[in-house]
Design a protein around this ligand. Structure first.
Ligand SMILES: Nc1ncnc2c1ncn2[C@@H]1O[C@H](COP(=O)(O)OP(=O)(O)OP(=O)(O)O)[C@@H](O)[C@H]1O
Ligand SMILES: [Mg+2]
Length: 270
């Protein structure tokens, strides 16, 4: 008698698609490197703390840069709490598996009350695959957008997506061009039934770069020119994130410390 192969019996696949975080969670992700994920994750966490929230920032990319941008030193402990405005940010570097354990299963009760989790992801496809979160998906043009599409095909239906376009001012996409890119992404990821939004393009700005390199908060910069465009983008991200926590109120305005922008005099160079 000839042996027959057994039909393979696969274990049932657990469906992560319906899971939701225990605390409202924002993820900044892209398949591509260097498309300002960490900068936006930190600036968003800061803005939410300035609005009075207690924020936990998980740096899942194995790099020190999120900590550097909050002004921390390598000698500071692995989990640190910093104050911003009326709120706080607890920053913790950890592998992605440990972060999901906290976000979906264990919760963060040992840190006391937490309003929001922000996750800075490494440049890989799975950055887009957490369920039930607000995903800020960043791109800086053609290659990154193609990669973004393959990342977003993994994104669970219960995750809301905000597309973020970074650009260097000399290659600024015209507004219609960006809308076309958004439509192409939407078509590529088959997003008919999902919540997909997009921000106006966010520019490179020299003062922002200087602040990031020096570990200074971008929210302390004079708000003018391209810096203002950059901060407007992050402010919009914060507004969307705020609505997930407090749907009935508006994001509290950031007190204005820096003097106003004087057109014709305050234009930035570079
Ligand atoms: N608006 C901006 N203007 C000028 N420079 C910026 C701006 N945002 C970020 N940068 C700089 O661009 C570089 C890439 O930014 P960032 O590290 O945030 O990207 P990333 O996507 O997290 O990179 P990685 O894939 O390596 O994690 C950094 O040197 C950062 O200082
Ligand atoms: Mg990064």
């Amino acid at each position: 008698m000839k042996a027959k192969p057994l039909p393979t019996a696969k274990p049932p696949v657990e469906d992560a698609g319906e899971m939701t975080p225990l605390v409202p969670t924002c993820v900044v992700g892209s398949f591509k490197g260097g498309v300002i994920k960490t900068s936006l994750a930190v600036a968003l966490a800061e803005r939410m703390a300035i609005a009075g929230l207690t924020v936990v920032l998980f740096a899942c990319d194995g790099q020190e840069d999120a900590r550097n941008r909050l002004g921390l030193k390598p000698t500071d402990p692995p989990v640190v709490k910093v104050s911003r405005g009326a709120g706080t940010i607890v920053i913790a570097g950890m592998p992605t598996a440990q972060a999901t354990q906290f976000i979906y299963r264990e919760g963060l009760a040992k840190l006391g009350h937490v309003d929001l989790v922000v996750v800075d992801t490494p440049p890989v496809r799975h950055g887009g695959s957490l369920p039930g979160v607000l995903l800020f998906a960043t791109t800086d043009g053609d290659d990154a957008t193609r990669n973004l599409c393959s990342m977003l095909r993994l994104t669970p239906q219960n995750t809301d997506i905000v597309l973020v376009r970074y650009h260097i001012p000399a290659t600024r996409p015209d507004p219609d061009g960006w809308v076309e890119e958004v439509n192409a992404i939407e078509a590529a990821v088959g997003s008919r039934d999902r919540n997909l939004m997009y921000l106006p393009p966010i520019p490179r700005a020299d003062p922002v770069k200087k602040a990031l390199d020096a570990g200074q908060s971008v929210w302390e910069l004079p708000r003018r020119g391209r810096t203002l465009e950059y901060l407007t983008g992050v402010e919009t991200m914060a507004t969307v994130a705020w609505k997930r926590i407090h749907p009935k109120t508006d994001l509290p305005a950031k007190p204005r410390k820096a003097p106003g922008y004087i057109p014709g005099w305050d234009e930035e160079e570079g």
